[in-house]
Design a protein around this ligand. Sequence first.
Ligand code: HEM
Length: 391
Amino acid sequence: MSVVYDPFAFETQHNPYPVYRRLRDEAPVYHNPDLGFYALSRYHDVLAAHKDPATFISSRGVTLEGVEAGQDLLITKDPPRHEWHRRIVSRLFTPRRVGGLESFMRERCARLLDPFRGEPGFDAVEDFSIQLPLAVIGELLGIPESLRQEVHHLADRLFTRDESGTVSEDAATAQVELATLLYGVVVDRRRNLGDDVVSLLITSEVSDDAGNAWHLTDEELSTRVLELAFAGHETVARLVANGLVALWWYPDQRRELTANRALLPNAVEEMLRWDAPSHYQGRWTSTDVELHGTTIPAGRRVILVTGAANHDDRVFDEPELFDIHRRADTIVSFGYGVHFCLGAALARLETRVAFDELLNRFPDYEIDESRVVRMRSSNVRGLATLPLVLT
Ligand code: HEM
């Protein structure tokens, strides 16, 4: 029977890896006419498509739902406009600015985790993995503490989908509410400029290749902030929880990591490879593409399934095994090329700190599998609830 890949099916979301293997081996240029997409799943095909933004364009949307198409996001811009706008955002993520957040991260971990010492357990997602990146991105952007929980709840509502992938009325309302909230932050910051990222975006100029330069409007600024706020907290939150699951399945590696923290950077890379938070990046073809004897016509949606590419046994030995000693410097979990994740260094640091602080306090934990809840999303892979039982 030929392989069927439905990223909206809960069964696929629960464990997509068997279907990914079949895609790579049996249908490297997979076509799903019912859902209207092609999928590339082999590592080298995914990488090549990421390197060719002229053929695989982003401006018609990067998810299967396509709700972001037409929005003024970085992620949905194509060169050369993309490059003009990306330049000013990339200047904000300097190693100094990112590294400077480490003590804030550690202090926040202590505040979040210390209350659970001596307790029977806690929800690693709602009590920790969401809260840490939310605080960090809030700090970086200068979103007042009082508004951060609301940003999180609105972002959650915004990205919730049912099994058909339909965007509910509630998700649409949440998007408007989030945009309004962040617009308020921008307007307020314009009156009280500080050293935060929003203030820097307000004062930065976008410049094109002809040397023209201009400032972003308040609407553009709030969209950019929305993009950063969402990208900066949802993904790290999922990675930390997925990593906790990995270390629960592989307790020997957890013990090794607890004893030797020098292994943490590589362990984080392996967490990113083994169960990445973002499973595909959507594109549309600008021209016919011929690959493995199949033609993808111009004007078709193609998803680059990085979640499958990271498990390609043409590149990774025994890819389904989690191994903190694996050399995983080829992972594509942050995408590749012109849209490569701007927050990758921040995400890596946050995840390292999160595990360092978690293992300091709770080197032994169990997971109450009966209460684990998976997020429902076609491309964000992660858990909504992860009950840790402290032993
Ligand atoms: C584990 C955490 C993260 C993962 C797995 C992740 C993943 C990704 C991926 C796969 C892309 C490429 C999308 C594409 O090619 O269409 C991307 C882009 C992006 N990410 Fe991340 N991300 C993470 C954390 C962050 C953080 C912490 C921030 C910001 C503070 C951030 C900001 C962005 C931005 C702004 C883009 C758009 C870049 C562009 O289009 O030029 N990400 N991310």
